[in-house]
Design a protein around this ligand. Structure first.
Ligand SMILES: C[S@@+](CC[C@H](N)C(=O)[O-])C[C@H]1O[C@@H](n2cnc3c(N)ncnc32)[C@H](O)[C@@H]1O
Length: 227
């Protein structure tokens, strides 16, 4: 898979992209992430300005449409995978869920648009983005953190990223349930004992216990998932 990010803060990405599972996936060639400075398409070599005042008045600045359109045009022309799927990160978008993440992980090429200030000119949402996604009902200062959240959640689902692909099949949300509780050594920590069934070695009973715990936890923490 290929992922390109358009941002005015490219320096934020390397530590995240080089670490842990995403870093290893990139090393193995499972994913190739390109981070591009949107100011390279500002059309303003001197000031490299990509924002302007909002029409109609009001506080703050709005990101101009042309750098986004020009950057996506340039990436599309230079790429050989056809047209990318363009995602605008915005608090006004549909919520990013595990189902959406799974869908995105099957796409060959994503381009992520990160906003800042008061957001991005509406024409980018209307005519450039294929989809507008939010990572939750709260407002962040910029789209870079949401883009990293999206990249992390998508890349770990690409076959070959995780050490054991089974991990992604058994985890929270994969069957509309939260995951069962996990324990490791020691079996007794400060008087808190690991449930006996997990020490029994009986695979059938362990699977049954996990299913029940998973249902109980979902019912208590996230009944909406079961409904
Ligand atoms: C301060 S926000 C703009 C908020 C905008 N004025 C509004 O009220 O919807 C600046 C940028 O941060 C990003 N952003 C903020 N919160 C987000 C969220 N929950 N999900 C995705 N992107 C978000 C978007 O790229 C947005 O353009």
């Amino acid at each position: 898979m290929r992922i390109d990010v358009l941002t005015i803060f490219p320096e934020l990405f390397p530590p995240v992209l080089a670490s842990s599972i995403i870093g290893r996936a990139a090393e193995k060639g499972v994913v190739k992430v390109g981070v591009h400075d949107l100011r390279d398409w500002s059309g303003d070599p001197k000031h490299r300005k990509v924002d302007d005042r909002p029409y109609g008045g009001g506080p703050g600045m709005v990101m101009k449409p042309d750098p986004f359109f020009d950057a996506v045009d340039a990436l599309t022309k230079e790429g050989s995978q056809g047209k990318p799927w363009v995602v605008l990160l915005s608090p006004g978008g549909r919520k990013l869920t595990q189902e959406k993440v799974r869908e995105l992980s099957a796409r060959p090429w994503l381009v992520l648009l990160c906003g800042h200030y008061e957001g991005i000119d509406e024409r980018v949402r209307q005519s450039l983005a294929d989809e507008e996604l939010s990572i939750g009902d709260y407002v962040l200062t910029c789209g870079e953190l949401p883009a990293m959240v999206l990249i992390d959640s998508v890349v770990r689902l690409i076959p070959g990223s995780l050490g054991d692909d089974q991990s992604a099949r058994d985890e929270s949300f994969s069957l509309n349930l939260l995951e069962y509780p996990q324990y490791t050594r020691p079996a007794d920590y400060r008087g808190m004992r690991v449930p006996d069934v997990l020490l029994s070695g009986d695979e059938g009973k362990i699977a049954q216990w996990r299913k029940l715990q998973s249902l109980r936890k979902t019912k208590s923490q996230r009944p909406d998932l079961i409904e």
